[in-house]
Design a protein around this ligand. Structure first.
Ligand code: NAP
Length: 541
């Protein structure tokens, strides 16, 4: 296929790609946009497992860029379920006529920077070859599913599923014996719903997780109105919060609180639902002793909810601070283990030895299943980028450059890969925040950068190595001031064998990060270097 030209290639039609397309198309940039799925929605397109829902309130987990959009859309629940969020993504695509610019069922396989032409050569699995001035990875942080390499995996004769790649037609588990491996956010959401259908469910747990009740419920007209009437101010407030979400946050130390005060604070958070319990004290994720009081509070709740004391103890997370693995938000998860048809297997006590033709074998038992559900997570933050053969200056690969961990400036760009942008890339707050707010911030920042270059006749932009090194160091230092590195989490790359153990997102608060990004621009794009447009330079000479 011949080489086609455009200004910008956007990879991915999730919420990041959709908003970027909307902004750039309106500014007259020519765009090619590719999406592996057959429709928009990104993470909400793929993660269709039963019980999938957002754990950020819908009034906040939605776009703020269009007043009409935020006024006209009605959410039916406090925390929306996946089908409704997907419907919202579809509505946005229709409302802003975005689909016509998206090439679906097309995977970008390679992106090579041509130093002579100062452009990106991009290839897809459909054989398209495109030359673009800019390439933007809107590929999501949690989009490459991982199924552990269990011995015997290919021997299994039953059905297998991964929560992150769920069949679009749904799955009927009625009368089936099923296994669920994995108890992260996805497993914890799916298990209660699947348990209601299955004849029998065996949950294989490696690390018990802290989970808080969502207290989901129907959206009341009054609550929706309280947001819609004040959206302008509330969205602005949201942008400057540590997590990109307005929630109760007690800006006092838990160290000085009495035991009774702490219990009252945690009870309040537990009753309110969602992640609010973690906002009880400002040092919750900084001070181990404060954290332990909240962790023990949650363990005590599990001991009350789960009738079988031994099962409750297995479900109660220990050995790492609460909140340092992504906090799970559930609807009836612990209660599910009181059902007669649900069994918990702790694979630390009795490891999975192999998958068999009929099921799996642990060190002390053989199990037979009609289906195995892998809720085993993702190669987060870098996995999807590494699937694309990305080469920057002098043919250096991104994978090679990031061999010891991702290196970016602000999570937006990486040195020696000019005009390659990442939306919510490693080194930005991303997954630690309300993604909608972080996505909008990055899209706006990238859009303003492109406009700056257009206005100034600049052709390429990239971070200096010095700025990048300083940022990577800063991200690392800030992470190590917190309790986060104490957990073997996917934030640390710990769920993927052989992946470098680096805390990948920027923990230094989304509001502060936004300020830093704005200051970089105000300071003449401090830490970035630009190359002028070659034609302009020639004309000037
Ligand atoms: P995850 O948090 O990485 O959980 C994966 C689970 O599989 C963990 O329990 C893990 O155990 C287990 N596992 C992995 N490899 C294993 C192995 N070899 N043997 C046995 N068990 C293994 O993945 P996830 O639940 O899909 O969630 C990923 C992220 O997506 C979340 O943290 C969240 O950010 C996002 N998410 C959000 C929502 C929401 O908004 N409500 C819902 C779902 C997901 P270990 O803990 O021991 O590694």
């Amino acid at each position: 296929m011949s080489l086609q030209k455009c200004d910008v290639v956007i990879v991915g039609a999730g919420f990041a790609g959709l908003y970027l397309l909307h902004r750039l198309r309106g500014l007259g940039y020519s765009i090619r946009m590719f999406e592996a799925g057959d429709d928009v929605g990104g993470t909400w397109y793929w993660n269709r497992y039963p019980g999938a829902r957002c754990d950020v309130e819908s009034m906040q987990y939605s776009y703020s860029f269009s007043e009409e959009l935020q006024q006209e859309w009605d959410w039916s629940e406090r925390f929306s379920a996946q089908p409704e969020i997907l419907e919202y993504a579809g509505h946005v695509a229709d409302r802003f006529d975005l689909r016509r610019s998206i090439e679906f069922e097309t995977t970008v396989t390679a992106a090579h920077f041509d130093e002579g032409a100062r452009r990106w050569n991009i290839e897809t699995d459909k054989g398209a070859r495109i030359s673009a001035q800019y390439c933007v990875m809107a590929t999501g942080c949690i989009s490459s599913t991982q199924i552990p390499d269990f011995p015997g995996l290919s021997d299994y004769q039953g059905k297998t599923y991964h929560t992150g790649n769920w069949p679009h037609a749904g799955v009927d588990f009625t009368g089936k014996r099923i296994a669920v491996i994995g108890t992260g956010s996805s497993g914890i959401q799916a298990i209660p719903v699947m348990a209601e259908q299955a004849a029998h469910m065996t949950v294989f747990q490696r690390t018990p997780n802290y989970s808080l009740p969502a207290r989901n419920g129907p959206m009341t007209p009054e609550y929706a109105r309280s947001w819609k009437d004040n959206y302008a101010a509330l969205r602005e407030e949201q942008r400057h919060t540590p997590k990109g979400a307005i929630r109760e946050f007690n800006d006092v130390s838990g160290l000085t609180a009495s035991e009774d005060e702490r219990r009252a604070a945690y009870e309040k958070g537990w009753a309110r639902g969602g992640a609010s319990l973690l906002g009880s004290y400002r040092d919750m994720l900084l001070d181990g002793s404060v954290n332990e009081t909240a962790a023990e509070f949650v363990r005590d709740k599990i001991r009350v909810i789960v009738h079988d004391g031994a099962v409750a103890e297995r479900l109660a997370a220990k050995g790492y601070p609460i909140g340092t693995k992504r906090i799970c938000i559930d609807s009836g998860y612990f209660e599910t283990f009181n059902r007669d048809n649900v069994e918990l297997v702790d694979i630390n006590e009795t490891p999975i030895e192999r998958i068999t033709e009929q099921g799996l074998r642990t060190s002390d038992n053989a199990f037979e299943f009609d289906a195995i559900v892998f809720a085993t997570g993702f190669d987060a933050m870098t996995g999807t980028l590494f699937k694309i053969d990305i080469q920057g200056r002098a043919g250096a690969t991104l994978r090679g450059k990031w061999d010891a961990g991702p290196r970016t400036y602000l999570g937006l760009m990486t040195a020696a890969f000019p005009n390659l942008f990442m939306i919510t890339g490693p080194g930005s707050p991303s997954v630690l925040t309300n993604m909608m707010v972080s996505i909008e911030q990055h899209v706006d920042w990238i859009t303003e950068s492109l406009l700056h270059m257009r206005a100034q006749g600049l052709e390429t932009m990239e971070p200096t190595l010095e700025a990048e090194d300083e940022w990577v160091e800063h991200v690392n230092v800030v992470a190590h001031r917190t309790l986060f590195p104490l957990a073997a989490s996917w934030y640390m790359g710990a769920n993927i064998p052989g992946k470098p153990r680096i805390f990948m997102p920027y923990v230094g608060d989304a509001g502060t990060y936004r300020k830093i990004c704005d200051e970089v621009v105000a300071d003449g794009y401090k830490g970035f270097s630009f190359q002028p447009n070659a034609a302009r330079v020639a004309a000037a000479e």
